[in-house]
Design a protein around this ligand. Sequence first.
Ligand SMILES: O=C(CO)[C@@H](O)[C@H](O)COP(=O)(O)O
Ligand SMILES: [Fe+2]
Length: 217
Amino acid sequence: MIKVAPSILSADYVNLERDIKKVEKAGAEYLHIDVMDGMFVPSISYGPGWVKAIRPISNQTLDVHMMVQNPERYIKTFTDAGADLIGVHFEATPHIHRALQMIKSNGAKAEVVINPGTSVESIKPVLYMVDQVLVMTVNPGFGGQKFIPEMVNKIKMLNQLKRENGYHFDIEIDGGVNNETVKSAYQAGATVAVAGSYVFDAKDPADRVKAIKRATK
Ligand SMILES: O=C(CO)[C@@H](O)[C@H](O)COP(=O)(O)O
Ligand SMILES: [Fe+2]
């Protein structure tokens, strides 16, 4: 069964604690926190203050997706705030190896993220050192977009590289995930599913977390 990472981007910010408790109780192992800087992506979302505020009210893995240009500048701020896992985009820095090293040396799990237009080939040199790879299944910047099915092939390639080299990283998908789109990704080897609008735009977010899990039984 896939692990579920609800993205608070689509939660009710005024009732954030209530929404987080609902998905945690429903069995969501991760909480996905989308940090957007208005440069790497057009939107601006929230920063380390949110991670610090959420840390004491959730036992979930706090999964920080940094959509930030030159993320090295902020890694320590986010690990100090309580992030368990930090994702940095291959496209956001000329120093992806250094950025991943920084995450690990600050005590968090390190994730490399690739946009839909970036190949698996380009991140091969850092696969030996990561705890998780995030395959974007939409172009980053906004919730509520449509899953790009062509990305499933990248999951297959990553899964094969895992097998061939004895790597243990998780493979996460992010964007347009629901109880239907998750199926092919799971079959290809995805182990963690981010879902924002599908979970939080629903009347009952707990049901949606369970529906994603059921679809991958
Ligand atoms: O990183 C992002 C968007 O850039 C995501 O984490 C979104 O929050 C996913 O939203 P949905 O596509 O599930 O609505
Ligand atoms: Fe995300």
